[in-house]
Design a protein around this ligand. Structure first.
Ligand SMILES: *Cc1c(COP(=O)(O)O)cnc(C)c1O
Length: 366
């Protein structure tokens, strides 16, 4: 049964597939004949163990995760990993320093957090605005860095890497919170990938960490156990109570991605959705403008301004959208304007509704 629902372009927490919500609803009172809800279930029960292992299996299948990688389901969100990464990995080398590529708000925050624990080298001159990825030939990478860090998709700024940085053998770490499973990724190129679930693969509460086994066991002494990858890996993410319901929801979303053809099929659709919006921006003779350079425009988060940053008109645009049942299109307060987030669960029809509204608004106001 299709429910008439608000079209949610939120940046996170974000839209979930309708089939996932319906299944969660169906199973809420009685999970698989247990007579209880997943919400009430012991995290050490066999039913929950099964949920954990199926969820991990789906993830391993969807991303072809090699056997020498651990998959962890942690708490603390993406921001928790801003600390978790340096606490666990700075100790890989004696100098305890790390290289950061800072292309937006989130990688900026991550670099700042890492400074609490070691030396941080920003590999390129500071950017005036987050609208591009500095050319890799201009990066100064430190060969004795413990790791190189970047954010594959800057959710606020709309800057996405279309390539994997080359690090000359230094461990590569990526925050993939906002484009996780939106496209295929070669996990073997990374030492560590992490992603909060609430953008593309579920609801808030669980953060996926995929980490190569040989990187475990180097945590700084001050690293809290709940953030220590070795401790968590050794206990199958059950050092303490895991975010059980969030893991269950993520499992349902992963199954949905699988049923929809996996990451390659999802990527094709995501390209199509993003093009719909960018094409309108580009054909609008400057009425709509996206500040981000073409080569690194995000498929997931599209920031744009109206009529030379006309804030009154932007407000009118948002009001009109909300009258049509389209919400959460307001840009992040640090950049202003509009932002359309087109995560996996946002359908082509949802995107078409926004596209046709943008065209109509353009013809009325140009
Ligand atoms: C949302 C987001 C974060 C922060 O996630 P929290 O779960 O709120 O801590 C970090 N990085 C990226 C890229 C994000 O999109």
């Amino acid at each position: 049964m299709e429910h008439k629902r608000t079209i949610n372009f939120g940046p996170g927490p974000a839209k979930l597939p309708q089939s996932v919500l319906l299944q969660a609803q169906k199973e809420l009172m009685d999970y698989s004949g247990t007579g209880i809800s997943v919400l009430e279930m012991s995290h050490r029960s066999s039913d929950f163990s099964k949920i954990m292992s199926t969820t991990q299996d789906h993830l391993r299948g969807l991303l072809n995760i090699p056997d020498n990688y651990k998959v962890l389901f942690l708490q603390g969100g993406g921001c928790g990993q801003f600390s978790g990464v340096p606490l666990n990995l700075l100790g890989l080398k004696e100098d305890k320093c790390a290289d950061y590529i800072v292309t937006g708000m989130w990688s900026g925050k991550a670099a700042k957090e890492a400074e609490k624990y070691g030396k941080v080298n920003i590999v390129h001159p500071k950017l005036d605005s987050y609208t591009k990825i500095p050319d890799p030939s201009s990066w100064t990478l430190n060969p004795s860095a413990s790791y190189v860090y970047y954010c594959s998709n800057e959710t606020v700024d709309g800057v996405e890497f279309d390539f994997t940085p080359e690090t000359n053998g230094v461990v590569l770490v990526s925050d993939m919170s906002s484009n996780f499973l939106s496209r295929p990724v070669d996990v073997s190129k990374f030492g560590l990938i992490y992603a909060g679930a609430q953008k593309n693969v579920g609801c808030a509460g669980v953060t996926v960490v995929i980490v190569r086994e040989d990187l475990l066991g180097h945590a700084l002494k001050v690293c809290p156990n709940i953030l220590d990858y070795k401790v968590q890996a050794g206990m199958n993410s059950l050092y303490n109570t895991p975010p059980s319901f969030s893991i269950y929801i993520m499992g349902l979303v992963l199954e949905w991605i699988k049923d929809n053809g996996g990451t390659a099929a999802v990527e094709t659709l995501n390209k199509q959705k993003a093009s719909l919006i960018y094409d309108i921006i580009d054909a609008s003779n400057g009425f709509y403008t996206c500040p981000v350079e073409m080569a690194c425009r995000s498929r997931m988060n599209i920031p744009f301004r109206l009529n030379n940053k006309d804030e009154a008109l932007e407000k009118q645009f948002l009001d009109g959208a909300s009258k049509r049942g389209m919400i959460s299109l307001k840009g992040h307060r640090s950049v202003g304007g509009i932002r359309a987030s087109l995560y996996n669960a946002v359908t082509l029809e949802d995107t078409e509704a926004l596209a046709s509204y943008m065209k109509e608004f353009l013809s009325e106001h140009q």
